[in-house]
Structure formats: structure tokens, C-alpha cells
Ligand binder design. Structure first.
Ligand code: EPZ
Length: 430
């Protein structure tokens, strides 16, 4: 087993380069099977485990996957021979359900085990299913565990989403892109990764318009072709380093970003007293005094992203005064506050609200990464805290942060990955 050991209390200084966006990659990898051709995907975060599981899934169904370099992969979707994806693969990550839309689009059928992923509260897929059914697919769910989708012919349709859902928007786009006629998704998600997926599909010859607004129009095309495409930078990885810079009273240039995607995060950092300088493809974040309090409400894009909520809570935990965080996307995304309180934070949670009373400083402690972004928050807390923090369950962090030890070390953090024996495994010896 592995854990991170962080000796905190040192300001971060220097430059960090952001990788390709995980959540765009997780949509674009399955999208590549919609063409019976070869796609080359650049700026792909190939070292994170979520992307690795998606590439394993491609191989499981017969696609060729070749690593050209650390961030470029060739996907050869010409000889895919299966529309079935087992629980062995899907249990590892939520986004495996994008193969339902992609396989439906490619073969008119898909059999995919229900997905795993971070536990953030119940994660229903009713809107995905509603979309597939409106496109003409029959959906059955075996034993609450395997989704089977079949269709003689997918036909475009108006689809109104009852809530803004990234996953449902992606899945419907994947299924609709080769359906006959026009699909109109209303109340669609507007996240940067939705726009990236649309751009990728259009590079393959699709006709997708309106991505980035809440109405996406997809005119089905009979065939797609291969392409070379470069994934956008990761908004949330960038935001994580921006908050880490501020929480450590540091000065960090975060490179390879799209500043427009970071506006909601930059604005909150500025409200907290940080200086945020924007360049063409970089942002510099500096903070030299105790952060000011501020309130945060998570919202679909362009609102403040839920995936930055735990990281931002660390900054508010050491701010002057009391801040309120309202989580409006997930019903159970405050579990990490227990861990932060072990480090001396003063956060009380009441349903979807967290009241964060700023303390003078955090103290190092043994903590756990409850999920991916909770884990990112623990790293920031460990860097900001006085003393040593040990973070267990870092497998969650490895799902979404590439070279995290190397990147934080390069800007001055004292962070190490340490191997330790699994006590359960030891118990069984002899
Ligand atoms: C995506 O999850 C991201 N994952 C999540 O990032 C992110 O937190 C979330 O969007 C919100 O931005 C990926 O892109 C792979 P949703 P997703 O469908 O698609 C409800 C991370 O840390 N809902 O937008 O699963 C749902 O329960 C991850 O990188 C339904 O009720 O989220 C939630 O309350 C974690 N029925 C809300 O909508 C549905 O059919 C938004 O969920 C679908 C969703």
C-alpha cells in the first residue's frame, strides 16, 4: 500500500505545468470508437489510473491502443469485436458508463456493468436512460447491475434533461452523433469538457453545435472518420495548484491552462485576498497575508465547480472569519471535513451546508483521502499545515492527478510517496 507523507509549512514557489483534462479524456476515449478508423489523442493524461482503465476497456473490446509518448495515444477502433463490458472494468470508474452511449452509437447495442467511482451520494443514471430511450433504444437493467441497451435504429429526438448532468449530456451526445436526424439536448451541461467532446466529435466529421450553451444540436451523420486531437488542459488540476499556492502563502505560475475556464476559481481566490495574474495560457497566484473569508456555492459551469469545493475549503479553514460553503450538486461531498478537523480545522456540516470557522493554522495529522478531490484537499492541507501529515487511501488521488508528487515537489513541497505493508495482508500470513 502507499501513502503520502508531507512535511508542511513551506510556501510553494515556481512553475507547474497542467496536464490534459481527465474528465474530457474520459469522454473522448470512448468517443473514439464511434469511427471505424484510427484516432490520435494528444495531451492525454496517460498516467492517471482512470485513463488507464478506459484504455484497458478499449483493449477488452478489441481496439488497438498504442502509447506514442507520455501524453499521446493512438486508438485503432477498426476491429472492435465486442459490445460487452464487464464489472471487472466498470467497478473502477464512473465514466465507464460512457461506453453505453458509444457502443450504442457504434453497434446499436451495448451491455455494460453499472459503474463504480467516487462516492459522493447517490449517483442515478435516469437521465442517461431517458435520453437513450428517446433516441429509440430499449434499455433493461439486469439485477440492478448490468445495463443492456439495444436499438434497431437510433433516431434523433428533442431531449430535455430534468437536471444539468455532465454524464447524461456526454452519453446522449455519443449515442446521437450517428443517429438519423436531429437531436436537441436542452438544459445540457456547459462544462469545458462538453465543448471539448463536441470539438473532438466534429473533428471526426460529426455535426454538433451549441456545446458550451444549454442547447446542443446534433445532426446525425452516417459515418465518422479518424482524426488527431489535443485535449484541453485540466481545469480542476489547475485550480488545485492555484489554491495550494494561496493556502501555502506562495507564488506559483500555473502553466498550460485556459484562464477563461478558471474564472470562477480565480474570482474566489481574489475575494480571499490572493493576487491572480492572467496570461494567455497561464495564471500566477500569490498570497502573502492571511486569507479573507468568503462564501462558496457550487453550481454547474460557469458556476464554482463542485470538484474544487474540498480544496477551497482548506483555504477557508485558515481564513480570517467564518465562511459558508453550499454544495448544490452532490448530497455527500463533505466527508473530508472530518479529516480536516483532525488537522485543527473548525468545520461543522449541516446537510448541504458547511460552516467553516477560520483557525490560525492547521497541524499535520494522519488523514485519509475519502475520494479524489477530498484527497487533493488533504494534500493542500498537508502543505499548508505545520508538521507532518500522512495521507492514506491515495489510490483515489492517483485516479486524477498526474505526477502529483513530482509536480508539488518541483514547486517546493516536501511530499513523498511511501510504501508500507498492507496490515490485512500481513494478518493472513502464516
Ligand atoms: C461529472 O460527474 C464529473 N465526472 C464529476 O467529477 C463532477 O463532480 C460532476 O460531473 C459535476 O460536475 C466526470 O466527468 C467523469 P452529473 P457526473 O451527472 O457526470 C444528478 C471528479 O472529481 N443526476 O453532472 O456523474 C447527480 O446525482 C468527478 O473529477 C441525476 O439525478 O455528474 C448529481 O446530483 C467526481 N440523474 C447531479 O445530477 C442522472 O441521470 C450532477 O451529476 C444524472 C445525474
Amino acid at each position: 500500500m502507499e501513502k503520502f507523507v508531507i512535511n508542511g509549512g513551506k510556501p510553494l514557489h515556481g512553475e507547474v505545468t497542467i496536464s490534459g483534462a481527465k474528465n474530457a479524456a474520459l469522454a473522448i476515449i470512448p468517443a473514439a470508437i464511434l469511427s471505424e478508423d484510427i484516432c490520435i489523442i494528444e495531451n492525454l493524461p496517460t498516467s492517471i489510473s482512470d485513463v488507464n482503465y478506459m484504455m484497458k476497456t478499449l483493449r477488452q473490446i478489441g481496439a488497438g491502443v498504442r502509447l506514442i509518448n507520455n501524453s499521446t495515444v493512438e486508438i485503432d477502433a477498426r476491429h472492435i469485436n465486442s459490445y460487452i463490458i464487464s464489472h471487472e472494468i466498470t467497478k473502477h470508474l464512473r465514466a465507464s458508463y460512457y461506453f453505453i452511449g458509444a457502443l450504442l452509437g457504434r453497434f446499436g447495442k451495448a451491455k455494460v456493468a453499472m459503474p463504480g467511482g467516487c462516492y459522493l451520494g447517490p449517483r442515478p443514471i435516469d437521465q442517461h436512460i431517458k435520453g437513450f430511450e428517446l433516441l429509440g433504444a430499449n434499455i433493461s437493467i439486469e439485477d440492478n447491475a448490468i445495463v443492456e441497451a439495444t436499438s434497431e435504429k437510433l433516431t434523433g429526438s428533442p431531449i430535455y434533461l430534468d437536471m444539468v448532468s455532465v454524464g447524461a449530456t456526454v452519453n446522449i451526445m455519443l449515442a446521437a452523433v450517428k443517429a438519423s436526424g436531429l437531436t436537441v439536448i436542452e438544459n445540457a451541461a456547459k462544462e469545458p469538457h462538453i465543448v471539448d467532446l463536441a470539438n473532438f466529435l466534429n473533428s471526426m466529421g460529426a455535426d454538433v453545435r451549441g456545446a458550451g450553451t444549454d442547447v446542443i444540436k446534433i445532426r446525425g451523420v452516417p459515418q465518422l472518420h479518424g482524426c488527431t486531437y489535443s485535449i484541453i488542459p485540466d481545469q480542476i488540476e489547475a485550480g488545485t495548484y492555484m489554491v495550494a499556492a494561496a493556502a501555502s502563502y506562495g507564488d506559483v505560475l500555473v502553466k498550460n491552462v485556459i484562464p477563461k475556464h478558471l474564472e470562477s476559481i480565480s474570482n474566489k481566490l481574489i475575494e480571499c485576498g490572493a493576487i491572480v495574474e492572467e496570461y494567455d495560457d497561464a495564471v500566477r497566484v500569490m498570497l502573502s497575508r492571511k486569507p479573507a473569508r468568503c462564501n462558496i456555492k457550487t453550481m454547474p459551469h460557469p458556476g464554482f465547480p463542485t470538484d474544487m469545493q474540498p480544496q477551497m475549503a482548506v483555504l477557508l479553514a485558515i481564513a480570517e472569519g467564518t465562511s459558508i460553503i453550499t454544495e448544490s450538486i452532490w448530497s455527500n461531498r463533505f466527508r473530508y471535513t472530518e479529516q480536516l478537523n483532525r488537522m485543527g480545522a473548525s468545520i461543522s456540516v449541516d446537510g448541504q451546508l458547511a460552516v467553516v470557522q477560520g483557525v490560525e493554522t492547521l497541524k499535520g495529522a494522519p488523514v485519509r483521502a475519502d475520494d479524489l478531490r477530498a484527497g487533493a484537499a488533504m494534500i493542500i492541507a498537508g502543505i499548508a499545515a505545520k508538521g507532518t501529515t500522512e495521507i492514506e487511501d491515495i489510490v483515489h488521488i492517483d485516479r486524477g492527478y498526474e505526477y502529483v508528487v513530482e509536480k508539488f515537489s518541483a514547486i517546493g513541497a516536501d511530499i513523498r510517496r511511501v510504501y508500507y505493508p498492507d496490515s490485512d495482508a500481513l494478518d493472513t500470513v502464516g
